[in-house]
Design a protein around this ligand. Structure first.
Ligand code: HEC
Ligand code: HEC
Ligand code: HEC
Ligand code: HEC
Length: 464
């Protein structure tokens, strides 16, 4: 089964920007003897995917629940997450990092497999399923036998949670599950060492990623059926992602205080293009976007900061978040390479303060009666005018596009059969599609070297 599968494969970051709808690429299959062994214990997909449970045949006449695992196995990128660790690019990455076999390294397995990684050393035969059911739904040891009984439906979310079942019913609950791997935390990290070894950059945007994951549940009666599903997912997702990003910075700064060998500054926190671009001269001025910062100062997290500013249009409390972002950026710019302990403490405190503000904003947006992104094009206009430099980067351009797309898609999700990807070409409108194409990475490259901000902004003004 592992070999028979074909996938809409992600080759590089933001593959969803590249020709959507193109024919799926056949996956290079690793030789059979190296294929990951499947788990059959309760953490394993095998225990959920028997044909009488969630592994039945896909079909319109069946309850989606009966073929959830079938969708995951055939179409979900997560089912391949352990296999990619056997591919040459992962082997090359691991070799550069000096971490041994990637499919046996905690550094990779934490995000690429559903593992119990507590054993030290890891058992000689690592059982890997990729990002399986338990990675999102919680360790089923205590609820596996209960969730098929009538009493399960009557249980409150808190009672289920006590048994280790993860609530995924709201956009907020969902995004909090995704960010562990798609942003990272103290135990899950893609730092600049991994990036330089060839790991794709993590550029997570919840609404888009949620749309890309083939749905293996029926949307009826779920968050998908609410009137502002996509817009709320975008807004809540941005706030919750910003919270996760700030917490990760806090962890890194705290580590730099405690461990003398810790990397600081962590380059993955900074604007990639501030270091990775052709040298200036010929009148190309430094693009530092932080007022008062010396030329040549890299700025913090343009991906998230652009999003944070767009969020400012959605809720009063977003102003507090933005103030915290500015304070943090200014602090980092003043002494970005400094490893002075007092400075690091200041960074920790400011990152904590931002994370707290963004966390409560995400709750607020989650509970707001209605999220409406209709004014987004006008809001982008205002933001570009107020900080034109900031809006020159590919990161901010992509975030702008994603916000416009979320505003356009609105909600509710189509209540068609599960497992369908939305046909974005027709639903998003031609102007938005042209805008998306202007952001595509050149074939075979993960650097937006052809990005032209002026062209982007002129195309953007044509989006109704
Ligand atoms: C913090 C969690 C995390 C860690 C740690 C991590 N990865 Fe990943 N990896 C991801 C995510 C998330 C993606 C998907 C990125 C995307 O498309 O947005 C990914 C994508 C990849 C891809 C590209 C897959 C594809 O289909 O194109 C490879 C290869 C890869 N990782 C290898 C590794 C290796 C090898 C290690 C260990 C050295 C590792 N990863 C560690 C989270 C992680
Ligand atoms: C990347 C995260 C993720 C993974 C991995 C995942 N799921 Fe889900 N699953 C979800 C989300 C999100 C929902 C929607 C839950 C909701 O709205 O309450 C869901 C819903 C479901 C439902 C419907 C539950 C209900 O209350 O109607 C079933 C059944 C299900 N998943 C089974 C599985 C199985 C079996 C696997 C493994 C083969 C799996 N899932 C893997 C995220 C995931
Ligand atoms: C346990 C870690 C983990 C969790 C939790 C997780 N993911 Fe992933 N995700 C990955 C990894 C690793 C990959 C890369 C898989 C590959 O390509 O081999 C990935 C890939 C993806 C992709 C494909 C990206 C691309 O470039 O095509 C999407 C979409 C996605 N995840 C959405 C989600 C969403 C939505 C959630 C939360 C509901 C989530 N993921 C939760 C680890 C995780
Ligand atoms: C403060 C400067 C700085 C920042 C910011 C930075 N890098 Fe790097 N990066 C470097 C240096 C220095 C090297 C080593 C250059 C070499 O190998 O020639 C490097 C190497 C790399 C490489 C491997 C060599 C290459 O050019 O392909 C990749 C890939 C990479 N970085 C990706 C990123 C990504 C993605 C980001 C943003 C998340 C980023 N870097 C941010 C300084 C930086």
């Amino acid at each position: 089964m592992w070999q028979a599968r074909h996938h809409h494969r992600a080759l590089f970051v933001l593959v969803w920007l590249s020709a959507l709808g193109a024919a799926p690429l056949p996956c290079p299959c690793p030789p059979t003897d190296r294929l990951p062994q499947k788990r059959t214990d309760s953490l394993g997909v095998a225990s959920c995917s028997t044909s009488s449970c969630h592994g039945g045949p896909k079909g319109a006449n069946h309850d989606v629940q009966s073929f959830a695992a079938t969708i995951w196995i055939n179409d979900d990128p997560h089912s391949r997450a352990a296999e990619v660790l056997h591919e040459p690019r992962s082997l090359a990455m691991a070799k550069m990092l000096g971490i041994g076999a990637p499919h046996r390294s905690r550094q990779c397995l934490v995000c690429h497999a559903t593992q119990d990684l507590k054993a030290e050393p890891l058992p000689s035969r690592v059982l890997a399923d990729g990002v399986g059911c338990a990675a999102c739904h919680g360790d089923p040891t205590q609820w596996e036998s209960l969730h098929t009984l009538d009493g399960w439906r009557q249980m409150s979310p808190d009672e289920r949670k006590a048994l280790g079942y993860t609530d995924l019913s709201t956009p907020l609950a969902r995004v909090r599950t995704c960010v562990r791997c798609h942003v990272g935390d103290a135990d899950h990290e893609v730092n600049h060492d991994l990036l330089a070894a060839g790991h794709p950059r993590l550029t997570f945007e919840f609404a888009a990623y949620q749309r890309l994951e083939p749905r293996h549940w029926s949307p009826a009666g779920k968050a998908e059926a609410t009137a502002d599903f996509t817009q709320r997912s975008w807004a809540v997702g941005q706030a919750a992602t910003l919270e996760a990003v700030a917490r990760l910075l806090e962890v890194r700064a705290a580590r730099a205080v405690e461990e003398p060998v810790a990397r600081w500054p962590e380059f993955a926190e900074l604007d990639c293009s501030s270091c990775h671009r052709p040298l200036g001269g010929g009148g190309l001025a430094s693009r530092s976007v932080i007022p008062g910062a010396l030329p040549g100062t890299p700025s913090w997290q343009p991906w998230q900061v652009a999003a944070g500013r767009l969020l400012g249009t959605q809720a009063a409390d977003a102003a507090l978040v933005e103030a915290n972002v500015i304070a943090l950026r200014t602090l980092l710019a003043a002494d970005w390479a400094g490893a002075e302990v007092e400075g690091l403490h200041r960074v920790c405190r400011q990152a904590d303060s931002l994370a707290t503000a963004a966390g409560s904003l995400s709750e607020q947006l989650s509970q707001a009666p209605r999220i409406n992104l209709q004014g987004t094009p006008a809001a982008v206009e205002t933001l570009v005018a107020s900080s034109p430099q900031e809006w020159q980067s590919w990161d901010s351009a992509v975030q702008t596009y994603l916000a416009l797309e979320a505003a356009r898609q609105g909600g509710p999700a189509r209540l068609g059969s599960a497992g369908c990807r939305l046909p974005q070409e027709t639903e998003a409108g031609p102007a938005l599609n042209t805008l998306r194409r202007s952001l595509q990475l050149p074939a075979g490259s993960n650097t937006p070297r052809d990005f032209d901000p002026r062209r982007f902004h002129s195309l953007r003004s044509e989006v109704p």
